[in-house]
Write a protein that binds this ligand. Structure first.
Ligand code: AMP
Ligand code: GLY
Length: 440
Protein backbone atom coordinates (compact mmCIF):
# COMPACT_ATOMS: atom_id res chain seq x y z
CA UNK A 1 0.00 0.00 0.00
CA UNK A 2 1.30 3.43 -0.97
CA UNK A 3 -0.19 6.40 0.87
CA UNK A 4 0.29 10.09 0.26
CA UNK A 5 0.24 12.44 3.25
CA UNK A 6 -0.59 16.04 2.38
CA UNK A 7 0.54 18.72 4.85
CA UNK A 8 3.66 19.50 6.86
CA UNK A 9 2.62 20.08 10.49
CA UNK A 10 2.58 18.11 13.72
CA UNK A 11 -0.77 16.57 12.79
CA UNK A 12 0.64 15.28 9.50
CA UNK A 13 3.76 13.93 11.23
CA UNK A 14 1.43 11.93 13.50
CA UNK A 15 -0.58 10.75 10.46
CA UNK A 16 2.60 9.70 8.61
CA UNK A 17 3.90 7.87 11.71
CA UNK A 18 0.60 5.98 12.15
CA UNK A 19 0.58 4.94 8.48
CA UNK A 20 4.24 3.92 8.59
CA UNK A 21 3.67 1.91 11.78
CA UNK A 22 0.89 -0.03 10.08
CA UNK A 23 3.07 -1.07 7.17
CA UNK A 24 2.34 1.56 4.53
CA UNK A 25 4.88 3.13 2.20
CA UNK A 26 4.52 6.83 2.91
CA UNK A 27 4.91 9.58 0.31
CA UNK A 28 4.49 13.20 1.28
CA UNK A 29 3.72 16.65 -0.03
CA UNK A 30 4.16 19.78 2.02
CA UNK A 31 5.18 23.44 1.82
CA UNK A 32 7.90 23.27 4.49
CA UNK A 33 10.60 20.63 4.83
CA UNK A 34 9.30 18.80 7.93
CA UNK A 35 12.11 16.38 8.86
CA UNK A 36 9.81 14.10 10.88
CA UNK A 37 7.60 13.43 7.87
CA UNK A 38 10.49 13.35 5.39
CA UNK A 39 12.27 10.68 7.43
CA UNK A 40 9.22 8.39 7.26
CA UNK A 41 8.70 8.98 3.53
CA UNK A 42 9.94 7.09 0.50
CA UNK A 43 9.74 10.40 -1.34
CA UNK A 44 8.82 13.95 -0.39
CA UNK A 45 8.07 16.91 -2.61
CA UNK A 46 7.82 20.50 -1.46
CA UNK A 47 4.97 22.34 -3.17
CA UNK A 48 1.84 24.35 -2.32
CA UNK A 49 -0.65 21.87 -0.84
CA UNK A 50 -3.53 23.66 -2.57
CA UNK A 51 -2.08 23.16 -6.06
CA UNK A 52 -4.49 20.31 -6.76
CA UNK A 53 -3.19 19.53 -10.26
CA UNK A 54 0.42 19.22 -9.13
CA UNK A 55 -0.52 17.11 -6.14
CA UNK A 56 -2.60 14.83 -8.39
CA UNK A 57 0.26 14.53 -10.85
CA UNK A 58 2.64 13.52 -8.06
CA UNK A 59 0.10 10.98 -6.79
CA UNK A 60 -0.57 9.36 -10.17
CA UNK A 61 3.07 9.27 -11.20
CA UNK A 62 3.99 7.50 -7.94
CA UNK A 63 1.13 4.99 -8.07
CA UNK A 64 -0.47 6.23 -4.83
CA UNK A 65 -3.37 4.07 -3.59
CA UNK A 66 -4.62 6.32 -0.83
CA UNK A 67 -4.26 9.98 0.14
CA UNK A 68 -4.69 11.39 3.64
CA UNK A 69 -5.27 15.13 3.61
CA UNK A 70 -4.15 16.85 6.83
CA UNK A 71 -5.10 20.54 6.59
CA UNK A 72 -8.33 22.26 5.55
CA UNK A 73 -6.95 24.47 2.76
CA UNK A 74 -6.45 21.65 0.20
CA UNK A 75 -9.91 20.29 1.07
CA UNK A 76 -11.40 23.68 0.29
CA UNK A 77 -9.40 23.78 -2.94
CA UNK A 78 -11.08 20.51 -4.00
CA UNK A 79 -8.07 18.21 -3.75
CA UNK A 80 -10.22 15.19 -2.86
CA UNK A 81 -12.45 15.76 -5.91
CA UNK A 82 -9.40 15.85 -8.18
CA UNK A 83 -7.72 12.79 -6.61
CA UNK A 84 -10.92 10.74 -6.66
CA UNK A 85 -11.32 11.56 -10.34
CA UNK A 86 -7.93 9.89 -10.78
CA UNK A 87 -9.20 6.83 -8.92
CA UNK A 88 -7.20 7.53 -5.75
CA UNK A 89 -8.95 6.72 -2.46
CA UNK A 90 -9.08 9.64 -0.03
CA UNK A 91 -9.32 10.21 3.69
CA UNK A 92 -10.93 13.64 3.58
CA UNK A 93 -14.20 15.09 2.32
CA UNK A 94 -14.94 16.50 -1.11
CA UNK A 95 -15.00 20.28 -1.51
CA UNK A 96 -18.79 20.24 -1.08
CA UNK A 97 -18.72 18.07 2.05
CA UNK A 98 -15.83 20.08 3.54
CA UNK A 99 -18.25 23.01 3.76
CA UNK A 100 -19.02 21.70 7.25
CA UNK A 101 -15.75 23.46 8.11
CA UNK A 102 -15.18 25.93 5.29
CA UNK A 103 -18.56 27.65 5.68
CA UNK A 104 -19.73 28.24 9.22
CA UNK A 105 -23.18 29.23 7.95
CA UNK A 106 -23.46 26.01 5.91
CA UNK A 107 -22.74 23.91 9.02
CA UNK A 108 -25.35 25.68 11.15
CA UNK A 109 -27.91 25.70 8.33
CA UNK A 110 -27.56 21.95 7.77
CA UNK A 111 -27.98 21.35 11.49
CA UNK A 112 -31.07 23.54 11.55
CA UNK A 113 -32.62 22.00 8.43
CA UNK A 114 -32.13 18.43 9.68
CA UNK A 115 -32.99 19.20 13.30
CA UNK A 116 -29.59 18.03 14.53
CA UNK A 117 -29.45 18.76 18.27
CA UNK A 118 -26.72 20.96 19.77
CA UNK A 119 -27.04 23.89 17.36
CA UNK A 120 -26.77 27.51 18.53
CA UNK A 121 -28.95 30.39 17.50
CA UNK A 122 -27.32 32.22 14.60
CA UNK A 123 -27.79 34.72 11.80
CA UNK A 124 -25.56 34.94 8.72
CA UNK A 125 -25.01 38.12 6.71
CA UNK A 126 -23.33 39.02 3.46
CA UNK A 127 -23.87 42.74 3.94
CA UNK A 128 -22.53 45.04 6.64
CA UNK A 129 -25.72 47.11 7.03
CA UNK A 130 -27.87 44.09 7.92
CA UNK A 131 -25.33 42.69 10.38
CA UNK A 132 -25.11 46.14 11.95
CA UNK A 133 -28.87 46.36 12.41
CA UNK A 134 -28.94 42.88 13.97
CA UNK A 135 -26.25 43.76 16.53
CA UNK A 136 -27.96 47.04 17.36
CA UNK A 137 -31.25 45.23 18.08
CA UNK A 138 -29.65 42.46 20.10
CA UNK A 139 -29.37 42.69 23.86
CA UNK A 140 -27.14 39.63 24.29
CA UNK A 141 -23.42 38.98 24.01
CA UNK A 142 -22.83 37.40 20.61
CA UNK A 143 -19.92 35.62 18.99
CA UNK A 144 -18.71 37.16 15.75
CA UNK A 145 -17.14 34.89 13.14
CA UNK A 146 -16.12 35.33 9.54
CA UNK A 147 -18.09 32.65 7.64
CA UNK A 148 -15.06 31.38 5.69
CA UNK A 149 -11.67 30.03 6.76
CA UNK A 150 -9.34 32.25 8.78
CA UNK A 151 -6.77 29.76 10.10
CA UNK A 152 -8.44 29.71 13.52
CA UNK A 153 -7.93 33.39 14.18
CA UNK A 154 -11.16 35.09 13.13
CA UNK A 155 -13.52 34.44 16.07
CA UNK A 156 -14.21 37.24 18.54
CA UNK A 157 -16.48 36.91 21.55
CA UNK A 158 -18.44 39.86 22.91
CA UNK A 159 -17.76 40.32 26.61
CA UNK A 160 -14.28 38.80 26.14
CA UNK A 161 -12.38 40.07 23.08
CA UNK A 162 -14.93 42.78 22.33
CA UNK A 163 -15.97 44.81 25.35
CA UNK A 164 -18.66 47.04 23.82
CA UNK A 165 -21.19 47.03 20.97
CA UNK A 166 -19.08 49.70 19.35
CA UNK A 167 -16.07 47.39 19.29
CA UNK A 168 -18.25 44.58 17.95
CA UNK A 169 -19.50 46.81 15.13
CA UNK A 170 -15.98 47.93 14.31
CA UNK A 171 -14.89 44.28 14.02
CA UNK A 172 -17.82 43.40 11.76
CA UNK A 173 -17.00 46.39 9.59
CA UNK A 174 -13.40 45.19 9.39
CA UNK A 175 -14.53 41.69 8.33
CA UNK A 176 -16.43 43.23 5.42
CA UNK A 177 -13.93 45.93 4.47
CA UNK A 178 -10.96 43.53 4.53
CA UNK A 179 -13.09 40.62 3.28
CA UNK A 180 -11.79 38.41 6.12
CA UNK A 181 -12.72 34.79 5.39
CA UNK A 182 -14.18 35.91 2.05
CA UNK A 183 -17.85 35.06 2.72
CA UNK A 184 -19.49 37.48 5.13
CA UNK A 185 -20.16 37.14 8.82
CA UNK A 186 -22.09 34.89 11.18
CA UNK A 187 -23.35 36.13 14.53
CA UNK A 188 -23.93 33.37 17.05
CA UNK A 189 -25.39 32.84 20.45
CA UNK A 190 -22.61 32.65 23.03
CA UNK A 191 -22.37 29.26 24.73
CA UNK A 192 -21.00 29.11 28.26
CA UNK A 193 -19.23 26.07 29.63
CA UNK A 194 -16.18 23.89 29.07
CA UNK A 195 -14.87 22.88 25.67
CA UNK A 196 -13.92 19.42 24.46
CA UNK A 197 -13.17 17.80 21.12
CA UNK A 198 -14.79 14.67 19.72
CA UNK A 199 -13.16 13.40 16.53
CA UNK A 200 -14.60 10.53 14.51
CA UNK A 201 -13.67 8.39 11.53
CA UNK A 202 -16.47 8.55 8.93
CA UNK A 203 -16.96 6.61 5.71
CA UNK A 204 -20.05 8.50 4.55
CA UNK A 205 -22.36 6.36 6.66
CA UNK A 206 -20.61 4.88 9.71
CA UNK A 207 -19.16 7.00 12.49
CA UNK A 208 -16.41 5.59 14.73
CA UNK A 209 -15.41 7.89 17.60
CA UNK A 210 -11.91 8.50 18.92
CA UNK A 211 -10.97 9.37 22.52
CA UNK A 212 -12.15 12.80 23.71
CA UNK A 213 -9.48 15.50 23.80
CA UNK A 214 -9.20 18.91 25.39
CA UNK A 215 -7.16 21.50 23.54
CA UNK A 216 -5.85 24.80 24.98
CA UNK A 217 -6.23 27.72 22.60
CA UNK A 218 -4.95 30.57 24.75
CA UNK A 219 -1.23 31.23 24.40
CA UNK A 220 -0.20 31.47 28.05
CA UNK A 221 -0.49 29.56 31.34
CA UNK A 222 -3.78 30.07 33.15
CA UNK A 223 -5.76 30.45 29.89
CA UNK A 224 -4.70 34.02 29.21
CA UNK A 225 -3.24 35.69 26.12
CA UNK A 226 -4.23 35.57 22.47
CA UNK A 227 -6.06 32.64 20.85
CA UNK A 228 -3.75 30.31 18.94
CA UNK A 229 -4.09 27.22 16.76
CA UNK A 230 -3.74 25.24 20.02
CA UNK A 231 -0.88 25.09 22.54
CA UNK A 232 -1.41 21.52 23.68
CA UNK A 233 -3.97 18.92 24.66
CA UNK A 234 -4.58 15.84 26.75
CA UNK A 235 -6.55 12.60 26.70
CA UNK A 236 -7.34 10.23 29.54
CA UNK A 237 -6.87 6.48 29.82
CA UNK A 238 -10.67 5.97 29.80
CA UNK A 239 -10.95 8.08 26.58
CA UNK A 240 -13.35 10.54 28.22
CA UNK A 241 -12.97 13.91 29.97
CA UNK A 242 -13.38 14.21 33.75
CA UNK A 243 -16.08 16.91 33.42
CA UNK A 244 -18.06 15.14 30.65
CA UNK A 245 -20.77 12.81 31.99
CA UNK A 246 -21.81 9.70 30.12
CA UNK A 247 -25.04 11.33 28.92
CA UNK A 248 -23.11 14.37 27.64
CA UNK A 249 -20.76 12.09 25.72
CA UNK A 250 -23.67 10.17 24.21
CA UNK A 251 -25.33 13.46 23.25
CA UNK A 252 -22.16 14.71 21.52
CA UNK A 253 -21.72 11.46 19.62
CA UNK A 254 -25.38 11.57 18.60
CA UNK A 255 -24.82 15.09 17.19
CA UNK A 256 -21.87 13.87 15.10
CA UNK A 257 -23.85 10.86 13.84
CA UNK A 258 -26.89 12.99 12.96
CA UNK A 259 -24.68 15.50 11.15
CA UNK A 260 -23.15 12.72 9.04
CA UNK A 261 -26.66 11.38 8.33
CA UNK A 262 -27.76 14.91 7.36
CA UNK A 263 -24.88 15.24 4.89
CA UNK A 264 -25.83 11.90 3.35
CA UNK A 265 -29.45 13.00 3.05
CA UNK A 266 -28.23 16.18 1.33
CA UNK A 267 -26.54 14.03 -1.34
CA UNK A 268 -23.18 15.14 0.00
CA UNK A 269 -21.82 12.17 1.98
CA UNK A 270 -19.12 13.01 4.49
CA UNK A 271 -16.01 10.87 4.37
CA UNK A 272 -12.83 11.43 6.35
CA UNK A 273 -12.27 12.72 9.85
CA UNK A 274 -15.05 14.78 11.38
CA UNK A 275 -13.91 16.97 14.23
CA UNK A 276 -16.59 18.29 16.55
CA UNK A 277 -15.65 21.17 18.82
CA UNK A 278 -18.19 21.18 21.65
CA UNK A 279 -19.03 23.50 24.50
CA UNK A 280 -20.51 21.54 27.36
CA UNK A 281 -23.15 23.89 28.78
CA UNK A 282 -25.65 23.52 31.63
CA UNK A 283 -28.08 22.20 28.99
CA UNK A 284 -25.69 19.69 27.42
CA UNK A 285 -23.18 19.87 24.56
CA UNK A 286 -23.44 22.60 21.92
CA UNK A 287 -21.51 22.67 18.66
CA UNK A 288 -18.92 25.45 18.52
CA UNK A 289 -17.68 24.35 15.12
CA UNK A 290 -16.94 21.38 12.90
CA UNK A 291 -13.61 20.76 11.27
CA UNK A 292 -13.27 18.55 8.21
CA UNK A 293 -9.98 17.01 9.38
CA UNK A 294 -8.04 15.95 12.46
CA UNK A 295 -7.35 18.69 14.98
CA UNK A 296 -3.81 19.87 15.45
CA UNK A 297 -2.63 19.13 18.22
CA UNK A 298 -5.48 16.65 18.88
CA UNK A 299 -4.29 14.23 16.15
CA UNK A 300 -1.02 13.75 18.04
CA UNK A 301 -2.84 12.60 21.19
CA UNK A 302 -5.19 10.10 19.59
CA UNK A 303 -2.89 8.68 16.92
CA UNK A 304 -0.17 8.09 19.54
CA UNK A 305 -2.48 5.63 21.34
CA UNK A 306 -4.17 4.09 18.30
CA UNK A 307 -3.54 0.37 18.81
CA UNK A 308 -5.16 -0.96 15.63
CA UNK A 309 -3.93 -0.39 12.07
CA UNK A 310 -4.38 3.17 10.82
CA UNK A 311 -3.83 1.95 7.27
CA UNK A 312 -6.79 -0.39 7.69
CA UNK A 313 -8.97 2.46 9.03
CA UNK A 314 -7.96 4.75 6.15
CA UNK A 315 -8.75 2.05 3.58
CA UNK A 316 -12.14 1.54 5.23
CA UNK A 317 -12.92 5.27 5.11
CA UNK A 318 -11.91 5.57 1.45
CA UNK A 319 -13.87 2.49 0.36
CA UNK A 320 -16.97 3.22 2.46
CA UNK A 321 -16.43 0.05 4.49
CA UNK A 322 -15.19 1.29 7.83
CA UNK A 323 -15.41 -1.43 10.48
CA UNK A 324 -15.79 -0.19 14.07
CA UNK A 325 -14.68 -3.54 15.42
CA UNK A 326 -11.28 -3.03 13.86
CA UNK A 327 -10.62 0.31 15.56
CA UNK A 328 -9.03 0.35 19.01
CA UNK A 329 -7.10 2.73 21.21
CA UNK A 330 -4.80 1.80 24.11
CA UNK A 331 -6.06 2.70 27.59
CA UNK A 332 -3.31 5.25 28.10
CA UNK A 333 -3.35 8.93 28.96
CA UNK A 334 -1.50 11.42 26.78
CA UNK A 335 -0.31 14.99 27.29
CA UNK A 336 0.84 16.98 24.28
CA UNK A 337 2.66 20.28 24.72
CA UNK A 338 3.64 22.32 21.71
CA UNK A 339 7.03 23.99 21.57
CA UNK A 340 6.41 27.28 19.78
CA UNK A 341 8.56 30.28 18.89
CA UNK A 342 8.45 33.03 21.49
CA UNK A 343 5.74 35.52 20.58
CA UNK A 344 3.58 32.87 18.84
CA UNK A 345 0.04 34.24 18.64
CA UNK A 346 1.22 37.84 18.22
CA UNK A 347 4.73 38.44 16.85
CA UNK A 348 6.56 35.13 16.60
CA UNK A 349 10.34 35.04 16.28
CA UNK A 350 11.05 32.85 13.24
CA UNK A 351 14.19 31.43 11.63
CA UNK A 352 16.02 30.25 14.74
CA UNK A 353 17.74 26.89 14.99
CA UNK A 354 16.08 24.12 16.98
CA UNK A 355 17.49 20.71 17.84
CA UNK A 356 15.57 17.67 19.01
CA UNK A 357 16.97 14.49 20.54
CA UNK A 358 14.36 11.93 19.46
CA UNK A 359 16.01 8.96 21.16
CA UNK A 360 16.24 10.73 24.50
CA UNK A 361 12.57 11.70 24.17
CA UNK A 362 11.58 8.07 23.53
CA UNK A 363 13.50 7.03 26.66
CA UNK A 364 11.29 9.40 28.69
CA UNK A 365 8.10 7.59 27.64
CA UNK A 366 7.21 10.26 25.11
CA UNK A 367 7.08 10.90 21.37
CA UNK A 368 7.94 13.96 19.34
CA UNK A 369 6.27 15.19 16.18
CA UNK A 370 7.87 17.92 14.11
CA UNK A 371 5.53 20.72 13.11
CA UNK A 372 6.01 23.85 10.99
CA UNK A 373 9.79 23.79 11.05
CA UNK A 374 12.00 23.88 8.00
CA UNK A 375 15.06 21.68 7.52
CA UNK A 376 17.85 23.28 5.51
CA UNK A 377 21.00 21.22 5.03
CA UNK A 378 21.42 19.36 8.31
CA UNK A 379 19.90 22.12 10.45
CA UNK A 380 16.29 22.67 11.49
CA UNK A 381 14.83 26.16 11.79
CA UNK A 382 11.64 27.53 13.34
CA UNK A 383 9.00 29.40 11.31
CA UNK A 384 6.29 31.75 12.61
CA UNK A 385 4.11 28.76 13.50
CA UNK A 386 4.29 25.90 16.03
CA UNK A 387 7.61 24.01 16.01
CA UNK A 388 7.23 20.57 17.63
CA UNK A 389 4.66 18.63 19.62
CA UNK A 390 5.94 16.51 22.50
CA UNK A 391 3.52 13.83 23.68
CA UNK A 392 3.95 12.07 27.03
CA UNK A 393 2.20 8.69 27.19
CA UNK A 394 1.49 6.69 30.36
CA UNK A 395 -1.13 4.83 32.36
CA UNK A 396 -2.29 7.99 34.14
CA UNK A 397 -2.52 11.67 33.27
CA UNK A 398 -0.10 12.57 36.03
CA UNK A 399 2.63 10.29 34.67
CA UNK A 400 1.93 11.31 31.07
CA UNK A 401 2.35 14.95 32.04
CA UNK A 402 5.62 14.19 33.84
CA UNK A 403 6.93 12.21 30.88
CA UNK A 404 6.07 15.12 28.60
CA UNK A 405 7.90 17.60 30.83
CA UNK A 406 11.02 15.39 31.03
CA UNK A 407 10.97 14.93 27.26
CA UNK A 408 10.66 18.67 26.63
CA UNK A 409 14.18 19.09 28.04
CA UNK A 410 15.48 17.34 24.92
CA UNK A 411 14.15 20.09 22.65
CA UNK A 412 16.78 22.79 22.49
CA UNK A 413 16.90 26.20 20.88
CA UNK A 414 16.68 29.88 21.64
CA UNK A 415 13.48 31.92 21.93
CA UNK A 416 11.18 28.93 22.40
CA UNK A 417 8.04 28.83 24.52
CA UNK A 418 5.84 26.11 26.07
CA UNK A 419 2.57 26.31 28.01
CA UNK A 420 3.57 24.19 30.97
CA UNK A 421 0.22 24.07 32.79
CA UNK A 422 -1.42 21.78 30.20
CA UNK A 423 -2.34 18.38 31.65
CA UNK A 424 -1.46 19.41 35.22
CA UNK A 425 -3.90 18.38 37.96
CA UNK A 426 -4.55 21.98 38.96
CA UNK A 427 -5.77 23.07 35.53
CA UNK A 428 -7.88 19.94 35.03
CA UNK A 429 -9.48 20.52 38.45
CA UNK A 430 -10.27 24.10 37.42
CA UNK A 431 -12.27 22.72 34.47
CA UNK A 432 -14.13 20.25 36.71
CA UNK A 433 -14.96 23.01 39.22
CA UNK A 434 -16.11 25.36 36.46
CA UNK A 435 -18.44 22.71 35.07
CA UNK A 436 -19.86 22.01 38.52
CA UNK A 437 -20.48 25.69 39.06
CA UNK A 438 -22.27 25.96 35.70
CA UNK A 439 -24.49 23.00 36.48
CA UNK A 440 -25.37 24.69 39.79
P1 AMP B 1 -13.33 28.50 16.64
O1 AMP B 1 -12.24 29.06 15.80
O2 AMP B 1 -14.67 28.46 16.01
O3 AMP B 1 -12.92 27.20 17.32
O4 AMP B 1 -13.49 29.52 17.86
C1 AMP B 1 -12.41 29.86 18.68
C2 AMP B 1 -12.88 29.89 20.10
O5 AMP B 1 -13.90 30.88 20.27
C3 AMP B 1 -13.54 28.59 20.54
O6 AMP B 1 -12.60 27.65 20.94
C4 AMP B 1 -14.41 29.08 21.67
O7 AMP B 1 -13.67 29.23 22.86
C5 AMP B 1 -14.85 30.45 21.21
N1 AMP B 1 -16.19 30.36 20.59
C6 AMP B 1 -16.48 30.17 19.29
N2 AMP B 1 -17.82 30.12 19.09
C7 AMP B 1 -18.38 30.31 20.30
C8 AMP B 1 -19.75 30.39 20.76
N3 AMP B 1 -20.79 30.31 19.94
N4 AMP B 1 -19.93 30.56 22.09
C9 AMP B 1 -18.89 30.69 22.95
N5 AMP B 1 -17.61 30.64 22.57
C10 AMP B 1 -17.34 30.45 21.26
N1 GLY C 1 -6.83 22.46 17.54
C1 GLY C 1 -7.87 23.05 16.82
C2 GLY C 1 -7.84 22.83 15.37
O1 GLY C 1 -7.13 22.01 14.85
O2 GLY C 1 -8.59 23.50 14.67
Amino acid sequence: MKALVVGGGGRENAIAAALHRSGTEVYSIMKNNNPGIAKLSVETELMPETDTERVAQFATSHGIDLAVIGPEAPLEAGLVDVLEDEGIGCVGPTKAAARLETSKSFARTIMRRHKVPGNLDFAAFNEFSRAKAYIKDSNKDLVIKPIGLTGGKGVKVMGEHLKTKKEALAYIEEIFSKNIGGAGVILEEKAIGEEFTLQAFCDGRSVVPMPLVQDHKRAYDGDVGPNTGGMGSYTLEDHRMPFVRNEDYEAALDIVKKTVAAMRAEGCPYKGILYGQFMLTADGPRVIEFNARFGDPEAMNVLSVLSSSFTDICSGIASGRLNAERVSFANKATVCKYVVPEGYGTEPKAGLEISIDEEAIAREGAMVYYAMVDKKGDKIFTTTSRAAGVVGIADTLEEAEENCEHALKHVQGSALFVRHDIGKAELVQKRIDHMQQIRG
